[in-house]
Design a protein around this ligand. Structure first.
Ligand SMILES: *[C@@H]1O[C@H](CO)[C@@H](O)[C@H](O)[C@H]1NC(C)=O
Length: 197
């Protein structure tokens, strides 16, 4: 069978997989349904040698004006009396651009939400997907889930996964606020993202 062309460990996996699937196939009528099966890493595109990528872009969080890209969606009763707006949630569909200028080339969008998660400082829970639209990364995404204490100079958040070219991605994102408008809350944040995938 196929195992003869593969390494000993791989053939063992195939033998075990075949054994598992045939034992389950007999237990139900019609098409066999398996809860799990072992795959060869290459069969799902997991390369033996990983690629490391550095992405650099600017995130524009626009709350003011007539075309906001970030809107408050939830607030607790206690948020009004909280010095750190604890409990507020903002939904965003923020443009990501190549340079600091909002009119520079769009490389993607950041879609997700951030929640005011601290009672003692301005610190957000970030739940966001970077959906890239530029060049080879068009259609690929990275998911970030992390803590963002916005008054710190550099904030680091984990990249927990990705799609497309970023399948199996893991890494980290570093955020540094470049401009912040106290009146509107508008901010431009520089992102440096390092991922292996
Ligand atoms: C990205 O992909 C979409 C869908 O395939 C396509 O319509 C669009 O023109 C592409 N954008 C760029 C900048 O290549």
């Amino acid at each position: 069978m196929a195992g003869i062309l593969l390494k000993p460990t791989s053939s063992l996996l195939i033998v075990l997989t075949c054994f598992f699937s045939s034992s389950v196939a007999t237990s139900g009528a019609g098409k066999p349904h398996r809860f799990s099966r072992t795959l060869l890493p290459e069969s799902v595109g997991l390369k033996q040698e990983e690629t490391a990528t550095h992405l650099h872009f600017y995130f524009h969080d626009i709350l003011g004006g007539t075309n906001p890209t970030a809107v408050p969606i939830v607030e607790a009763a206690a948020t009004k009396t909280s010095a750190t707006a604890f409990g507020r949630v903002i939904m965003m569909d923020d443009p990501l651009t190549e340079t600091l200028e909002a009119t520079s080339k769009l490389v993607g969008r950041c879609q997700g939400f951030y929640a005011y998660a601290s009672q003692s400082e301005f610190s957000f829970l970030m739940v966001m997907n970077f959906a890239f639209t530029e060049g080879e990364y068009n259609g690929s995404t990275l998911s970030v889930l992390g803590r963002n204490p916005v008054q710190s100079t550099v904030r680091e958040m984990p990249v927990v996964g990705g799609t497309g070219l970023f399948r199996f991605a893991r890494g980290y994102a570093q955020a540094e606020t470049r401009t912040f408008d106290l009146k509107t809350g508008d901010a431009v944040v520089e992102y440096n993202v390092f991922v292996v995938h």
